[in-house]
Design a protein around this ligand. Structure first.
Ligand code: IMP
Length: 458
């Protein structure tokens, strides 16, 4: 059996916690897209672990796999593994040989391009981890794959082809003198330095037996009766195809990505559960429109966006929810739940169940609103339009719910679903009904024991 966990909004829905809860039934936890742009916080036996690349299941003694759809920065990978080891864990992480490697020049180019785009309000507000430039090289057939790191001759020939192009890009397009630039490490554009660094990474991957032929490895595990969990990073609305292009990441967090990004067929993923993770309100790191946004965040909210008069409410939710980027520390934009966004996600992913997080964060408000539909060009619409510009033209039609009181959420978690305050249950019922998908779990706090499991998936 497989369980695929997908973010249904803009990332940061609390997927790590749900992966952690449902990960119990899994033997292997697999990431199928993205790289060290993801920020997972996992609380295990009272200790908090912040991971950006290693699958969160690895904290709990599962095999963690980075599938072929991932872009892997080996430096981050080893740093995270070493940190976990220093803290007494023994993570078992495997990396697909077909996954692409992030090289130092990808990070440099990511930052440079964002700077240029910001002049035209087109910057996506990337995490600066080189994600987009690495996927560009993958699609442009000039990437370096993890398997290449194990074969020095191939590694060298790949670098000899691609590095001069990157140098030319900096020198001739950006008009930068690499050797003289104070913020750029010249080694990032030096074939020999890169070769040595990445050959060493390859040696370590080989010595620790970490690389796999991903699809085959996973199929063998399934055949032997093991359970697999696919851990999507980011979220549906920042999917390169289904998200708010161009303010998106460069991969497919949607459930279809789990097949392409692992080497298992769509029937394998479709035979299992696909759980959509929903945060009970909205948060966003980065730029672009956000029709239900409350308040505004400088440098991220478009000039005509947000609801400046609701700045206090925005700040309250941001602070209660700890809405600051796990990777970057940036304050996140916050807004009311956007139901058209969720309808879009439910269709694009084919959710079999929902996990709704953070209902505790909204506790204590007199009134909780949702964007039930949009008005676009004078018409009421119920799902997201295909262009981001049109989405920016959408006005959210808000629906109001009576708020729920702040309670002892630990006690609620212990007692189960029926102990959730009635108004909050009405809110959950509404979401399930609108998406025609049952609620499998409800998060009432960050810890694993603060997730109420309605459907245990065993
Ligand atoms: P990139 O993935 O670093 O290229 O960033 C592209 C867009 O995706 C930016 O708007 C980022 O803020 C957003 N993004 C990337 N990873 C995450 C995440 O894990 N959570 C939320 N947003 C993310």
């Amino acid at each position: 059996m497989t369980v695929t966990i997908v973010g249904s909004q803009l990332g940061d829905e609390g997927k790590g916690g749900i992966v952690d809860v449902y990960g119990d039934i899994a033997d292997v936890v697999v990431r199928y897209q993205g790289g060290d742009n993801a920020g997972h916080t996992v609380v295990h036996e009272g200790d908090e672990y912040k991971l950006s690349l290693v699958p969160s299941g690895a904290v709990r003694g599962k095999i963690g796999v980075l599938g072929n759809g991932c872009v892997v920065n080996p430096r981050t990978l080893f740093e995270e593994i070493d940190t976990l080891r220093d803290r007494g864990l023994d993570p078992d992480v495997r990396v697909a040989e077909r996954a692409h490697a992030i090289l130092p020049y990808h990070r440099v180019i990511d930052t440079l391009e964002e700077d240029v785009k910001s002049d035209d309000d087109l910057a996506a507000g990337t995490t600066g981890r080189g994600i987009g430039p690495t996927y560009e090289d993958k699609a442009g057939r000039r990437g370096v794959r993890i398997g290449d790191l194990l074969d020095p001759e191939t590694l060298r020939s790949r670098l000899e082809y691609v590095v001069p192009q990157k140098r030319a890009l900096l020198e001739e397009v950006y008009d930068i003198s690499i050797e003289d630039h104070e913020d750029i490490d010249a080694d990032a554009f030096d074939i020999e330095a890169l070769f040595e660094q990445y050959r060493d990474f390859g040696d370590r991957l080989a010595n620790e037996g970490m690389t796999v032929n991903c699809g085959e490895f996973l199929a063998d595990r399934l055949d032997s009766g093991e359970e697999l969990m696919f851990e999507g990073a980011q979220g549906t609305s920042i999917d390169i195809d289904h998200g708010v292009y161009p303010y998106v990441t460069s991969s497919n967090p949607t459930a279809g990505g789990a097949t392409v990004g692992t080497g298992l067929g769509p029937t394998v993923i479709g035979d299992g559960e696909v759980v959509g993770i929903v945060k009970a309100y909205l948060s966003r790191v980065g730029t672009g429109p956000l029709p239900t946004e409350l308040g505004s965040v400088d440098g991220q909210t478009p000039d005509d966006g947000g609801r400046p008069s609701e700045a206090d409410l925005a700040e309250y939710i941001r602070d209660e929810g700890g809405e600051y980027g796990t990777v970057t520390g940036r304050p996140r934009r916050v807004g009311w739940l956007d139901i058209p966004m969720l309808r879009h996600a439910a269709r694009a992913n084919g959710f079999t169940g929902l996990a709704i997080n953070h209902i505790d964060v909204l506790a204590g408000l007199d009134e909780v609103k949702v964007g039930h539909s949009y008005t676009l060009d004078g018409e009421e619409v119920f799902t997201m339009p295909p262009t981001t510009e049109k989405w920016g033209d959408c006005e959210a039609n808000l629906r109001s719910f009576e708020g729920w009181e702040d309670v002892d959420w630990n006690a609620v978690a212990e007692e189960g679903y029926e102990a959730i305050p009635e108004n909050a249950r009405e809110y959950l019922d509404y979401i399930a009904e609108e998406l025609d998908t049952p609620v499998y779990a409800v998060g009432v706090g960050p810890g694993r024991e603060q997730t109420i499991v309605v459907e245990d998936l065993t």
